[in-house]
Write a new protein. Sequence first.
Length: 207
Amino acid sequence: MIGIFGGTFDPIHYGHLRSALEVKEIFGLTEVHLIPSAQPPHREQPAASALMRLQMLELAIKDQPGLIIDTRELNRQGPSYMVDTLRSLRQELTNETLLLFIGSDAFNQLKTWHQWPNLFDLAHIVVMTRPGFTIQNLDVFFNSRLTTRITELANNGAGKLYFQQVTQLDISATDIRNSIAKQQNPGFLLPDNVIAYIRQHKLYQRP
Ligand code: ATP
């Protein structure tokens, strides 16, 4: 099984990193692909450029075997639809089971994603619980896909929904950007080398 973890990563923080490491270990994955979004379709455009977000990601995960940066969305034109990303991964990894990891906030918005039912044709979706976001909308569509067994994920190529508790870190990129704009110190919310990069490039100075 291969893990897919998409995000804006504006900037990458310990909420992303700790969750990615935990799910890698819980699901016994050799690889988790961290996929920075070029043009997120469902939100304001990122404050930092794609290149800078990528460079911060590189700093954050160096020396973390198994966490892999996957730049396919940055190399594509147009909105970064996850369904297109999964299709392109599927072409490369024909026989692999794909686990798409999303936080509970993202799950609550899933029905606004481009061609969202097709996501389940391509991958399983694993929802990582996130502080402050309770799960809504668990309707018939989702309930029929729900499983509580990891073996069921391994035995099916795609199509299941699974909820995984991860260490609750109430950290968000929005809060980090806002605290930097207020000249506050974001220490211990994200790696020091990423903080140094943000300072060097004077990122997130304005609210
Ligand atoms: P922003 O505040 O700018 O919206 P964010 O902190 O939510 O950013 P994203 O890059 O948008 O970060 O998130 C990428 C993925 O990581 C999403 O699926 C999101 O739900 C998940 N995620 C983000 N922060 C956490 C966290 N603290 N714990 C668990 N999952 C998280």
